[in-house]
Design a binder for this molecule. Structure first.
Ligand code: SF4
Length: 429
């Protein structure tokens, strides 16, 4: 971690440039600024590699590419007409990617409802095990503020937390280092360099499943004849702490990771019988949290649900994007990727409509593909995103105007075109 990342408020050098909420991971850091430099965008106040890389994907203005249909540059209206025509011809579309903000997702759910589409996020595989655990066990999650204000022990299970969320430890560093000491323990992962406070690592003797199961049993007070000594000491420390937070990262869990997520929740529930504890899930990359929250509040069911005039159908296994595409179970892919150039749309022989970051223009100039470049919330559009802890929806402000439409605007235009087509087909005025 860099030295500038140890304080909540931006350092004096961050006084130049615009205040900014970063959209490039689910921490949504809002303590930094961005400067325009030679047409590009420069992060001030942090050297977060993800944010630097995200900003670097936006070139000088104007640089927005044209929309394309089958590789031909066309007007925005012509691209919308072509996309609406392909959507109207589809009987089982898949709306994937779903890297967008609240307004974009709201409009996509409406469009999906019109066409009977299946909704799945590019990172749906990391969401489903956790959802299943929540359905089975409920949840006891902590927030960034609670970790910052209360946690005297943070236990990171199978993750260093910083590789994919570079500012995590700055965001939840102790608010008053004099008031309480913080110990951070990494189980089955290496500690990031430069982390402040007492830091320990617990190596695995077996796999993560064994370690978490043993830790849960030890915290429950069960006697294990062959218990790992380091895990035994950690279990004691967790029981003795005043507020222990167990951090895990769904995107880094091995196959069948639901078992680890389930064990983490079991640990937290056991600890709460005698002291206070919470779990913290480092997830929600590429707008996953936002897409799932919006789909749930609009339909009553999470992602991997087909929504349409005939009702709802949720299937966490069958409605996985990869599976649907491999098995040819859908006949059109609408892919949304507005928070950066990733996740790239999967290659497929099916008709594709891509509402994407401008950097994808060349990759999407292919036969069978309609490409419509869209704006990024927090860079060239306003918007809202859910933070990783799921308790806050933060507003994002545009840094500049590249003249690109939002995902919500494009989805609404498609919905209107489809409604007009239906009226024309039914012969109504
Ligand atoms: S940690 Fe995430 S939200 Fe914070 S600056 Fe880096 S990419 Fe942006």
């Amino acid at each position: 971690m860099n030295a500038t990342a140890q304080t909540e408020n931006p350092p004096p050098s961050a006084s130049a440039g615009q205040e900014w909420t970063c959209p490039f991971c689910a921490l949504l850091c809002d303590g930094f600024r961005v400067e325009s430099q030679q047409g590009g965008l420069k992060l001030v106040g942090s050297d977060c590699s993800k944010a630097v890389q995200g900003l670097a994907s936006f070139g000088p203005v104007p640089a927005a590419p044209s929309a394309t249909v089958d590789g031909r540059e066309v007007s925005p209206d012509a691209a919308l007409d072509a996309a609406a025509e392909r959507l109207a011809a589809s009987r089982m579309p898949l709306f994937g990617g779903l890297a967008t903000d609240v307004a974009g997702m709201r409009q996509l759910v409406r469009l999906a409802n019109q066409r009977g589409a299946i909704l799945d996020h590019a990172r749906g595989d990391t969401l489903m095990p956790v959802l299943r655990t929540l359905q089975d066990r409920g949840q006891m999650f902590s927030t960034l503020a609670e970790i910052r204000n209360r946690a005297d022990l943070v236990v990171c299970i199978g993750t260093d937390a910083a590789s994919n969320f570079p500012e995590f430890f700055r965001r939840c560093g102790p608010v008053d280092e004099v008031a309480f000491a913080r110990r951070t323990v990494f189980v089955g992962a290496s500690a990031p360099a430069g982390l402040q406070g007492e830091v320990d690592e617990v190596a695995l003797h077996g796999d993560l499943f064994d370690a978490v199961a043993m830790l849960a049993a030890l915290i429950d007070g069960r006697r294990l004849p062959a218990a790992d000594a380091a895990l035994g000491q950690l279990a004691q420390a967790m029981r003795a702490s005043t507020y222990c937070v167990v951090v895990f990262e769904p995107g880094r869990l091995p196959a069948q990771g639901a078992l680890i997520a389930e064990a983490v929740l079991r640990i937290v529930m056991s600890l709460n019988r005698k002291t206070r504890a919470g779990a913290f899930m480092l997830g929600g990359a590429d707008g996953l949290q936002t897409a799932n929250a919006v789909a749930t509040w609009m339909s009553g069911l999470p992602l991997r649900t087909r929504v349409g005039p005939l009702g709802l159908d949720h299937d966490p296994l069958q409605y996985a994007s990869d599976r649907l595409l491999q098995e040819g179970a859908v006949d059109l892919l609408l892919w949304v990727v507005s928070l950066g150039p990733n996740p790239v749309p999967p290659g497929t022989a099916l008709p594709r409509i891509v509402l994407g970051h401008p950097a994808l223009a060349a990759d999407c100039a292919a036969a069978g593909t309609v490409f419509i470049p869209v704006a990024t919330p927090g860079v060239n559009a306003d918007g809202h995103l859910f933070r990783a802890d799921g308790v806050v929806t933060l507003p994002l402000r545009a840094l500049r105007d590249d003249g690109l439409p939002t995902v919500a605007g494009v989805a609404k235009a498609l919905e209107e075109r489809l409604a007009l087509r239906r009226l024309a087909t039914e012969g109504r005025p």
